[in-house]
Write a protein that binds this ligand. Structure first.
Ligand code: LMR
Length: 333
């Protein structure tokens, strides 16, 4: 057998081996998020990982990076568009900077009274239309995951709008939320979620807003004396993927992952309310934060002060978008 023929055989064998090895390499999905593991989103991300790996029999490996351990707010969207991470689940309040300001309709104060109204929108034509708008940004929308209704917190009792006067309050990167705080006479400060605890501890900000699950798991009860059950807005998430990555998946894998995402979404939305009730109970049990329940009159004062935010954002968020949510929720400004 001449040398050249032998070398040819060896080369083929090597190529075949290399092909086999790469075929066995799992597809890696880096899933980055900014909250703690023991939260609705943290648990749902881990559940998605479990289902995806089980159902693809290891052909997919999901690496979940919680607590801003890979990317923090303000970095993760760019990381997704560049393909440095394949999946995120940001709050809908963080899509404005991406140029899809319609998502801020979800931030309008008191626009949702309960989860059913919220699901009519996320599960309806508007929810789908908003995802469509992401495609031009190289992003595909996969699902909407619940967290919960927000509370307000500070180191002084907050019941009615005058109590908020002059307070520096941390918000997510949403202009609607900025207007919300200004309508209360407070001073909004956009800040990454990972920086909130320290900013509260050092007094860079006086207070903030979030559902109890984030408030408790970020230990904000250690640095906030009062929490008011305002239910003035929601934190809702969009699970999104890099479009090129998602469209490039083998069709059978993508179908399996879509199934896993569907079940993880049901899981997320089934646990969200209880996670927040448990967190509120834990805050109470800590004895570190006084929980203020607003009277119907006090809540009415909050609603009255905040309705201006709706009108003020008609051009930014879109009159039609707002009208569509009003139609689904029955909200009357
Ligand atoms: C926040 O920044 O307050 C939240 O969006 C964090 C989260 O993802 O729940």
């Amino acid at each position: 057998m001449n040398i050249r023929f032998a070398l040819g055989i060896a080369a083929c064998a090597l190529l075949a081996a290399a092909g086999a090895v790469s075929a066995q390499q799992p597809i890696i999905i880096k899933f980055s998020h900014v909250v703690a593991i023991n939260t609705p989103k943290g648990k749902a991300a881990d559940y998605f990982k479990k289902l995806a790996e089980e159902r693809t029999k290891g052909r997919v490996k999901v690496e979940v990076y919680p607590n801003s351990s890979l990317f923090k707010d303000g970095e993760e969207m760019e990381g997704l568009q560049l393909g440095s991470v394949q999946m995120l689940a940001p709050s809908l309040a963080k899509f404005g900077p991406l140029g899809v300001r319609e998502f801020e309709v979800f931030d309008l104060p008191y626009i949702f009274d309960n989860f059913d109204e919220l699901h009519k929108v996320t599960g309806g034509p508007l929810g789908a239309a908003l995802f469509k708008k992401l495609e031009t940004k190289g992003i595909v929308g996969l699902a909407y995951w619940d967290n919960g209704f927000k509370v307000m917190s500070a180191n002084k009792p907050i019941r009615v709008p005058p109590d908020y006067k002059g307070l520096k309050l941390r918000i997510q990167s949403s202009k609607v939320l900025g207007d919300q705080m200004k309508a209360l006479g407070a001073i909004p400060q956009v800040m990454a979620f990972s920086e909130v605890y320290q900013a509260l501890q050092t007094g860079v900000v006086d207070g903030t807003e979030n559902p109890p699950s984030n408030f408790y798991t970020q230990k904000m009860h250690e640095v906030q004396k009062y929490l008011a059950l305002t239910d003035h807005g929601v934190i809702e998430y969009a699970v999104i993927a890099n479009k090129k990555f998602w469209d490039g998946l083998p069709p059978d894998i993508r179908a399996t992952l879509e199934g896993a995402m569907k079940d993880a979404t049901k899981f997320a939305n089934d646990i969200a309310q209880k996670e927040n009730l448990d967190a509120l109970a834990a805050v109470k049990a800590s004895g570190k934060t006084e929980i203020i329940t607003l009277t119907p009159e006090q809540k009415a004062q909050m609603k009255k002060a905040l309705v201006t935010v709706h009108r003020a954002n008609e051009s930014r968020v879109g009159k039609e978008t707002i009208a569509e949510v009003y139609k689904e929720t029955g909200y009357k400004p």
